[in-house]
Every structure is written in structure tokens, then in C-alpha cells.
Design a protein around this ligand. Structure first.
Ligand SMILES: *[C@@H]1O[C@H](CO)[C@@H](O)[C@H](O)[C@H]1NC(C)=O
Length: 463
């Protein structure tokens, strides 16, 4: 190749590179401009007319969605916490009644999703539904999970059921939580867990009201109403529903571990053990009823909690049912309510200010209620030895409360159950101990002085 030819070639390459560089810069500039423009519009949207159109878009999504579920006879109901909260505000109700124009006051919130619930037994797969959704421009994401109602110690496998549906239109979302009735007659929904193959950008998953954990609810009474011109079902007592939502987290019993436990220590199926379990079950159901009428939350404590955690069952040699209650939830009419329910007071130790415990006599089974006191990083409950007036203290790490199921009853346990059981029973909690002394055996027992003799009449009452 000649020198001139080489020069021309270099020149051509140079010009070409220059052109590519210039157009790239131009493109970047355009992109930057576009982003500036769209984010400005986003801001505008919040401040004036654009917001209305955002609301309008949301309203249209809801109309499409409600039309779809109506057509397929799927009676969803509103469980969106932001919308239900607005309903409970008189100011919003008043403002809404004053508006003449079509508007979206309740169903359009500051969020770009709305949450409904559906009873799982009413859901059936219908290809026509998927087609109809697509026809309406709704994209659908289904999240499945194992059916916990089919998991037992005899069968750890279970078929998959739909747990969540997400309908998307533009970037707006309707989240449908599927509720299933469990054997304790309460409603349960599963957690929203994305498979690795699923589109993580489909929805703002971290912001959703439901799905971070499984949840449990009492079956709400529903009413049909009109909100923002759309017919929707809502829980009649939406304040109660919101209250339930705030502490609805549900824990499944560890069936697999319980099965392993029973393989090491076979279940006691003697008539006495079966009889005790039956009596303990009915006592637990009765106690739950009495306390829920009073509105007093309680949880499974001590041996009853250990039984649930370790073996998904009641430990037959424990001989009593143990419950915990926060002292702030103590009411003077608790004793009377239990007595009315046929459970006479057996003893009362301590006082509201210190180490209170109540014990009621059921049918061959004792019901022990321990009141828990809050003390900084720890919580504790007290014990009293009647004959000596000695006081004891059982110390636990702080915990929050979760729902679970034991003996076909929806009951609370500490969410941090492992820590609670470990504090109480030590690292060998997984080994059955049949000789138990409440004053020395617990891992977390501390001596706590003696009641002054002048107080004994008050703090040591045995019937
Ligand atoms: C709603 O439920 C709460 C209990 O959470 C209760 O105190 C209230 O009276 C109920 N309201 C109505 C209207 O029934």
C-alpha cells in the first residue's frame, strides 16, 4: 500500500471515530434531557393536574379489575390499609360528601397499588379469566406456595396453591391476597416469596401491605358499599381489621423438626396421655374464649410453648396449661370471668405491681397465667413459693407476638420462639425432662428475695 493510500485510510478511520463520538455525546445528551424532562413531569404530577390524572389512571385500573372479578364471580373485598384508614377518618368522609365532581377519595391513595383479599375456596383456575385480563390490558403475576393445611408430620409434602395475584396496568397495581380457612376456623394467607425465575421489578414488593410474612385473621363480616363510584366489599368493622393487620404475623409449627423429635422420643399414646391432651385442648379453647371476650391478648408460655415449638403438640406429662399476659393488659375482672366459665381460682400469688400469677382449676388440668413485666432490654415473670414466701424471677429477652395454631386453635406465641424457649429451658430444650422443679430447673430462674410477712395475706392466696 502506498503512503498516500495509508494516509487516506487513517483519515477515514479518524473521521469515522469522530462521527461516532459526536453522535454518542448527542445521544447521551438527549437521554439526559429526557430524564430531566420526565422527572420534572413526575414532580408536576404531584403538585397539580398530573396528580389527578394519576388518580384517574388508578381509578380506571380499579374499574377494570373490579369488572373482571365481577364477571368471573370472584367476590374480592378491600383490605388496603391506606384506603381503610381513610375510611375511618371523619374529615375525609365529610370532604367526600361535599364534592360534586367524580373523584377518587378512598381507593386512590398516595400509593400506586391497592390491595384486595379473596377467599381461596372461591378461586378456580379459568383460562378465560387470564384471557379476559389480557384483553383488558392487565398483566398478571401469580405467586404460589405449599398448602400448609396439607402438611402434617405424616406427610411433609403438599401441593401448591395460589397465594397472591398481582394485576398490573401501566405501573399501577392491584394486589390480591388469597385467604384460606385453617382448621382453627380462622383465615390465613401465605407469605409472598418470589421464585428466582420471577420478575422482581413487577411490583414494589417491599412496600406491599401483605406478604412479608404469613398472616392470620378472624373471619370478618363483609358489607357491600360504594366507594368513589365503584361497588366494593369491605370488612364491616374496618377499624378492627386494621387493628388485626398490625399484629397479624403467623408462624407455622416446625413439622419437620417435630417429626424428628418424635422419631427420637416416640409419642406417648397411652389412654392417660390422650385424655390429658384432650382436656388440655378444651381448657386452652375455653381460656382463649374468656380472654378474647375481655380483649386481653395472651400467648403460650413455659411448657405449653415448648410443646408447640418442639413437637407441635401439648406435652402430656406437663399437667398444666401455661399462658403469658403483659401486665399492662391485666384487668380486675379476669378472675371473675374465669370463675363464671367454670374455672375456680386455685391460687393468686404476687400483686399487680410485682410478680402476679393466677392459677385456675380446670377439669383435672390446671391453668397457670403468668403476668410479664417489662424492664428495659428484658422481660420477666415472677414465681412465689407459698410455704416460704420466697420470690423467683424468670428472665426472657424481649419479644413480639405472632399467631400460630395449636390444637385447632389460633393462639399467640413469642415470634422469637426459639430465643424464648432457649432462655427458659437452656440449650438442651430439645431433650425431654420429666422431673421438673419450677424453682430450680428453669434455665432463667433467679432468686428474688422474700415477700415481707405482713404482705403474705395479700400476695399468697391459696384456695
Ligand atoms: C369494631 O371492633 C372493635 C374491636 O376491635 C370494637 O371495639 C368496636 O366496638 C367495633 N365497632 C363496631 C361498630 O362494631
Amino acid at each position: 500500500m502506498s503512503a498516500a493510500g495509508l494516509m487516506a485510510r487513517i483519515n477515514r478511520t479518524f473521521v469515522l471515530s469522530l462521527l461516532i463520538a459526536a453522535s454518542s455525546i448527542f445521544l447521551l445528551f438527549q437521554l439526559y434531557n429526557y430524564r430531566q424532562y420526565s422527572s420534572q413531569n413526575g414532580l408536576d404530577a404531584l403538585s397539580s393536574k398530573g396528580y389527578l390524572s394519576g388518580k384517574e389512571a388508578h381509578w380506571h385500573l380499579l374499574k377494570r379489575f373490579l369488572g373482571l372479578v365481577h364477571k368471573f364471580k370472584l367476590p374480592v373485598f378491600l383490605v388496603d390499609t391506606a384506603s381503610l384508614n381513610l375510611l375511618s377518618q371523619d374529615a375525609v368522609l365529610y370532604r367526600d360528601s361535599q364534592l360534586k365532581e367524580p373523584h377518587c377519595s378512598f381507593l386512590c391513595t398516595h400509593r400506586d397499588f391497592t390491595t384486595f383479599a379473596l377467599f381461596g375456596n372461591l378461586w378456580k383456575y379459568d383460562a378465560a379469566l387470564l384471557d379476559a385480563a389480557a384483553e383488558r390490558g392487565l398483566e398478571l403475576l401469580e405467586v404460589h406456595g405449599k398448602d400448609p393445611r396439607l402438611i402434617s408430620m405424616d406427610d411433609l409434602t403438599a401441593k401448591e396453591i395460589p397465594l397472591h395475584f398481582l394485576f398490573r396496568f401501566n405501573s399501577r397495581l392491584v394486589h390480591v391476597v388469597v385467604l384460606y380457612e385453617r382448621s382453627g376456623k380462622y383465615l390465613w394467607h401465605g407469605p409472598l416469596r418470589l421464585r428466582s425465575s420471577m420478575d422482581r421489578t413487577f411490583a414494589p414488593f417491599g412496600k406491599l401491605d401483605f406478604g412479608r410474612h404469613a398472616g392470620a385473621y378472624d373471619r370478618p363480616e363483609l358489607i357491600l358499599t360504594t366507594l368513589d363510584g365503584l361497588d366494593v366489599r369491605i370488612p364491616k368493622n374496618y377499624s378492627r381489621f386494621l387493628h388485626e393487620h398490625s399484629s397479624s404475623r403467623f408462624l407455622e409449627c416446625h413439622c419437620k423438626e417435630a417429626k424428628a423429635f418424635y422419631q427420637l422420643y416416640p409419642e406417648d399414646t397411652s389412654p392417660e396421655a390422650v385424655d390429658f391432651r384432650m382436656k388440655a385442648k378444651s381448657l386452652l379453647h375455653l381460656a382463649s374464649k374468656v380472654l378474647s371476650v375481655l380483649g386481653v391478648p395472651f400467648w403460650l408460655s413455659s411448657g405449653t410453648c415448648l410443646g408447640w415449638y418442639r413437637q407441635c403438640n401439648i406435652i402430656p406429662y406437663s399437667k398444666d396449661v401455661d399462658l403469658g399476659i403483659w401486665i399492662k393488659d391485666y384487668r380486675h375482672d379476669i378472675t371473675q370471668a374465669f370463675q363464671k366459665a367454670g374455672l375456680p381460682l386455685k391460687h393468686k400469688f404476687g400483686k399487680v405491681e410485682d410478680s402476679l400469677e393466677l392459677s385456675f382449676q380446670g377439669n383435672d388440668v390446671k391453668l397457670d397465667i403468668f403476668f410479664f413485666y417489662d424492664e428495659g432490654d428484658i422481660v420477666w415473670n415472677g414465681g412465689t413459693q407459698a410455704k416460704s414466701g420466697k420470690k423467683f424471677k424468670y428472665v426472657f429477652p424481649r419479644f413480639s407476638l405472632c399467631w400460630t395454631e395449636l390444637m385447632e386453635l389460633k393462639v399467640r406465641v413469642p415470634c422469637e420462639t426459639g430465643d424464648y424457649v432457649m432462655a427458659n429451658y437452656g440449650p438442651n430444650w430439645n431433650v425431654p425432662v420429666k422431673t421438673w422443679d419450677w424453682k430450680t430447673s428453669p434455665f432463667n430462674v433467679h432468686e428474688n428475695g422474700v415477700w415481707p410477712v405482713r404482705e403474705w395475706d395479700d400476695v399468697i392466696q391459696v384456695y
